[in-house]
Design a protein. Structure first.
Length: 436
């Protein structure tokens, strides 16, 4: 089984990982260099002290009476070496010129070798050490038992090094957050970019690169909005200008003799006129935000809408109360609800408006019907301009394909959202959510 290593997916994780590995390696190199320098310095100091201390200690023991020497051994003992008044332990003879000879051998030989002939033996055991054998002036044996050991590491040094690493990691984490934050804001702004709504400008303050990116994004938003506005104005102008020749054609058709050809021409002109009106309405819906917001009593507004339908004999009912007064664009809101209600009446013959206030304070207006519904895979496509679920070319059954697109654009323009879903038992639910 092989362990697969994967590169982190987020930029913050990648930068953090790079900083972490770099800091650990740098800290390890720093610690190694510091420890090596400390080892060399301590070794040189220890060898210098060893030469002075051994020569002094041997001279003291040589001048003391034989019966007083044992009393001085404890005072002359050091952490790495001590003195024995005997022949020492058996071992393997070694010389100072051997490649693997301890470096302390040469120091001891240089310190006292010219006054006292000596031999060296390597003592085997769980902890290897060596002994220096010599005879004092009166012939008494003296053994120097040397136990080489590394310089002990100060207990506070690892704590300081870990503290430094933690501090650098914290600074790296802060640096990554500061570096990533503008990119996160830019990504959020791109995700919420909507040319049909009021543009949300990025803050152009900060480092030069961040300010430049924010200015570029804001300029891009303005260019997209201008491009869309130009195209919609072109569509509105073409649709508006087509109304005049269509009207002239209808007037001329009035003077034609009654015939099936006249009826067909009249029907075609009616469809063209309806399509042109829908085109103008769609172009205007893109800029529905230009209407001024007004305080509107939602319950009274819905009552008025439903009564208008009932006055002309349409089966439209209203259930629920919101008791809400909202800031909205009433003409745009009415057009959304009219389009959705007309769709329900066209395909089901009846519609129900259900209003309720949600737990988060938002308002929900549902237009329900018991018509044929829409296939699940087409629920999103029907929001696109000129897309019709009914595949025939008959405008009376299939419509222009702009009604739901207009409703969606106007819903966005008033700060809401429009979703479609199929009802249990058949039928369609068009839900308009508005901020409370």
């Amino acid at each position: 089984m092989t362990l697969a290593l994967h590169w982190p997916r987020t930029l913050a994780s990648r930068l953090s990982l790079i900083f972490l590995i770099g800091l650990i390696l740098a800290q390890a190199l720093s610690f190694g260099a510091q420890y090596y320098e400390r080892y060399e310095s301590s070794k040189n100091t220890m060898l210098g002290n060893l030469e002075t201390d051994v020569s002094t200690s041997v001279a003291i023991l040589d001048r003391l009476p034989a019966d007083e020497r044992a009393g001085w051994l404890q005072q002359l003992e050091r952490r790495n070496y001590s003195y024995l008044l005997n022949e020492g332990s058996p071992g393997t003879p070694i010389r100072s010129d051997m490649p693997d000879a301890p470096i302390a051998l040469a120091s001891i030989k240089d310190a006292i070798g010219h006054d006292y002939p000596m031999t060296f033996t390597d003592i085997p055991g769980p902890k290897k050490h060596f002994q220096v054998h010599l005879n004092l002036a009166d012939g008494s044996p003296l053994t120097i038992d040397v136990r080489p050991a590394m310089v002990p590491l100060s207990p506070w040094l690892p704590i300081v090094l870990l503290g430094q690493l933690a501090l650098m990691l914290a600074c790296s984490w802060l640096a990554v957050r500061i570096a990533i934050r503008p990119l996160t804001r830019l990504a959020g702004a791109v995700e919420t970019l909507d040319p049909n709504a009021h543009p949300v400008l990025l803050d152009e303050k900060g480092p030069t690169e961040v300010a430049h990116a924010a200015k570029a994004f804001n300029s891009m938003q303005a260019r997209i909005a201008a491009y869309l506005k130009e195209r919609m104005q072109l569509l509105a102008a073409i649709s508006h200008d087509l109304q005049t020749p269509i009207t002239r054609m209808k007037l001329r058709a009035e003077f034609m003799d009654d015939s099936s050809e006249k009826d067909k021409l009249w029907n075609d002109l009616g469809e063209m006129e309806h399509l042109v009106r829908e085109g103008v309405a769609y172009a205007r819906s893109i800029h529905g935000a230009t209407e001024e917001s007004r305080r509107t009593d939602l319950d009274s507004f819905l009552d008025s809408l439903v009564f208008d339908y009932q006055d002309v004999g349409k089966d439209v009912q209203l259930t629920g109360k919101s008791a809400a007064v909202i800031d909205t664009r009433p003409h745009a809101l009415r057009r959304v609800l009219v389009n959705l209600t007309d769709n329900a009446l066209k395909f089901a013959g009846a519609a129900e408006l259900r209003v309720e206030k949600q737990a988060n304070g938002n308002l929900s207006i549902k237009i329900l019907d018991r018509g044929p519904g829409i296939a699940e895979e087409e629920l999103k496509q029907v929001m696109e301009p000129f897309y019709r679920v009914e595949n025939s070319r008959n405008r009376s059954t299939g419509g222009t394909g702009l009604g739901l697109a207009i409703a969606q654009q106007l819903a966005i323009a008033i700060g809401g959202s429009l979703t479609l879903s199929n009802r249990e038992g058949g039928g369609l639910c068009a839900e308009l959510k508005l901020p409370g």
